[in-house]
Design a protein around this ligand. Structure first.
Ligand code: TYM
Length: 327
């Protein structure tokens, strides 16, 4: 029998999802559904590594499920579930935290960013967060993990932990590969192209959120910083224009050459105007679809997803416990 290879990925239900999350990750989740058996998780246990308001977190968890669905994740073909519904994630995280080394976690750059360089006051969960992410991935014997570039280091740690466990206790985990797209893996902030577009951007104009209305999108793009020079061309040395053109390319499905031809002899004003139209047109039907799922329909999808996920996750965890002599 032909077995499809397996995919696992997820996003945190914190802040608001932006076009970077979509173009760097979710767009690929949707495209890969045809060829892989996919598990897409709402990682609410990762969200609590920073303080969250309980009511808001519950709401955002469901809203994120709606976003997955509206983006085109198909619950008939892919498993969509909430991380806390499958307790094996937390259990395997404990086992792996007994294998991981302080030194390898200390090298994780995201901890340094999110902990704001103050390790004394940062939560322990924020420090061990990449271990929970490794558990997510390894529980499903995942072959491929579609993510943006900022998750590359976490994927390397996941592979190291899996290889170490396999070496010490015998073949247990599939070693996962990252899937990082050639274009769109790191969408930059519109306000500061040296930074990535982020859910928690202090500058509200830096990110275009998936649920922004047309006026807001147009305003943010109009205010986007640009570089010196006037030509509208892909050019790594002009990160602001490069970023705007990359978003345009991905939103319209044009090739790089077609994008450049489209803007030949035109200026920044034209780029910003056409980009705003493309983003607004792209998000309009998406925003309509987000409203389609009522709580009951959503609850049924997530319950079915959790059941399917539990079955696979608990089989992996059982194997791990047996190998370690704790069951
Ligand atoms: P999160 O919630 O920060 O982001 C979700 C996905 O969006 C990608 N992304 C970007 N891609 C391009 N440009 C950007 N500016 C940009 N910002 C974010 C992220 O790379 C990610 O793919 N730790 C993960 C969630 C997670 C996970 C997992 C992912 C937990 N367990 C297991 C894969 C597998 C995170 O915080 O993603």
């Amino acid at each position: 029998m032909y077995m499809r290879k397996r995919i696992f990925s997820g996003a945190q239900p914190t802040g608001q999802l932006h076009i970077g999350n979509y173009l760097g990750a979710i767009k690929n989740w949707v495209e890969l559904q045809d060829d892989y058996e996919c598990f897409y998780c709402i990682v609410n246990m990762h969200a609590i590594t920073l303080p969250q308001d309980p009511k808001t977190l519950r709401q955002k968890t469901l809203d994120l499920a709606r976003i997955y669905l509206a983006a085109g994740v198909d619950p008939e073909r892919s498993t969509i579930f909430i991380q806390s519904d499958v307790s094996a994630h937390a259990e395997l995280a404990w086992v792996l935290s007994c294998q991981a080394r302080m030194g390898e976690l200390e090298r994780m750059t995201q901890f340094k960013d999110k902990g704001k360089g103050n390790a004394e006051r940062a939560g322990v969960g924020l420090f061990t967060y990449p271990i929970l992410m490794a558990s997510d991935i390894l529980l499903y014997q995942t072959d491929l993990v579609p993510v943006g570039k900022d998750q590359k280091q976490h994927l390397e740690l996941t592979r190291d932990l899996a290889e170490r466990f396999n070496r010490d206790f015998g073949e247990t985990f599939v070693i996962p590969e990252p899937f990082i797209p050639k274009v769109g893996a790191s969408i930059a902030s519109l306000a500061d192209p040296a930074k990535k577009m982020s859910k928690s951007d202090e500058n509200a104009n830096g990110a275009i959120f998936l649920l922004d209305d047309a006026d807001t999108i147009a305003k943010k793009i109009k205010r986007a910083v640009t570089d010196s020079g006037t030509e509208i061309k892909f050019d790594e040395t002009r990160p602001a224009i490069n970023n705007l053109l990359t978003i345009y390319q991905l939103m319209t499905g044009k090739t790089q050459a077609e994008c450049e031809a489209n803007f030949e002899g035109k200026g920044y004003g034209a780029l910003k105007g056409e980009l705003a139209d493309a983003v607004i047109e792209f998000l309009r039907p998406f925003q309509e679809r987000v409203k389609q799922y009522d709580d009951a329909a959503l609850g049924a999808i997530l319950e079915k997803g959790a059941e399917a996920a539990r079955e696979i996750a608990s089989a992996t965890l059982d194997g791990v416990y047996k190998k370690m002599g704790i069951s």
